[in-house]
Design a protein around this ligand. Structure first.
Ligand code: MN
Length: 308
């Protein structure tokens, strides 16, 4: 797949994925932990970056979902590839900076790293939350063209904080979808990856949509996939996801990631991009080409394959 890749088009979609992720996080955070009915009563349809919510955010402010991606992504750029210890170091530095929000499983995992420098959480039946899988994007961007690296890095980055088969499966499936979408595969290629996930872990089945958008990775992914495959724009996809409430910052982020990778950065509503936290927007615009450069450099260094 690497030969003949249009890297300018990949970058346009990668920027769409990362900025779509951030605006989805910022939009969803306003209605995190609210029910569908509470959102409808408060906003009708919630569709503007207005801040507030339980975290009392500024309009356009993102949460831990985007901040963890940026920390992980910077460690990959700085190291020229994924390294579990470097990633753990970056995420613990973020944790110690007193972020606005921290998922409890992430906090526990990063405290474990601080205590004993171990980079792999022990298997835990309680680790089926979505907060490891949500960090997939930087790993996917740095491994474009190398599905084996994606699989290794995705599992390793999840295991920094979570060790559960559903978390692992979701992270890998999201990464594979991003890879397929960055090279223009669209809904059809993403659907093949969703089907592959459901074949391996049938709990992720999302048709008919079970209607729950909680923090468990199964519910989060069902909501994201339901919103993504039913809509044909970034705006409609993200709005549908976040108006399901509950884990809305994370569902919004992942819906924005998939739709942004599908339709490209120019498809993100200007009213959202214009409100997004300026420092976050700049960090993403810097990190996306740097992560893709990591992928390209690694591919260029790979030994040539024998002609068929
Ligand atoms: Mn969050």
């Amino acid at each position: 797949m690497v030969e003949g890749v249009d890297w300018a088009d990949v970058e346009r979609r990668a920027l769409g994925a990362y900025l779509g992720f951030a605006v989805g996080d910022a939009l969803g955070a306003t209605v995190q932990f609210m029910s569908v009915d509470e959102i409808a009563t408060a906003y009708g349809v919630h569709h503007n970056l207005r801040g507030g919510g339980w975290l009392k955010l500024r309009a356009g402010q993102v949460t831990d979902d985007t901040e963890m991606c940026l920390a992980l992504g910077k460690s990959i750029v700085d190291g020229g590839g994924f390294d579990a210890a470097a990633a753990a170091q970056a995420l613990t530095a973020w944790l110690l900076g007193k972020p606005t929000d921290v998922d409890h499983t992430c906090r526990r995992g990063l405290r474990r790293y601080l205590a004993d420098r171990s980079v792999c959480a022990p298997p835990n039946a309680g680790d089926a939350g979505a907060s490891a899988a949500v960090r997939t994007l930087p790993v996917a961007l740095a491994s474009v063209g190398d599905p084996a690296a994606l699989a290794d890095w995705s599992a390793a980055q999840c295991h920094l904080t979570h060790n559960h088969p559903q978390s692992d499966a979701a992270g890998l499936a999201l990464g594979r979808m991003v890879h397929a979408l960055l090279t223009g595969g669209g809904h059809k290629a993403a659907r093949a990856e969703a089907n592959r996930l459901i074949a391996a872990e049938p709990q992720f089945r999302f048709q008919p949509y079970p209607g729950q958008a909680g923090a468990r990775v199964v519910e989060t992914l069902q909501t994201v996939l339901h919103a993504y495959f039913r809509n044909d724009s970034v705006e409609r996809c993200v709005i549908e996801a976040v108006n399901r409430g509950e884990n809305a910052d994370t569902t919004g982020a992942l819906a924005g990631m998939l739709a942004g990778a599908t339709y490209g950065v120019e498809a993100i509503p200007r009213r959202w991009l214009g409100r997004l936290d300026g420092a976050v927007k700049t960090a993403i615009e810097t990190q996306v080409p740097a992560l893709l450069a990591v992928a390209r450099r690694r591919l260029a260094q790979r030994p040539a394959r024998c002609p068929a």
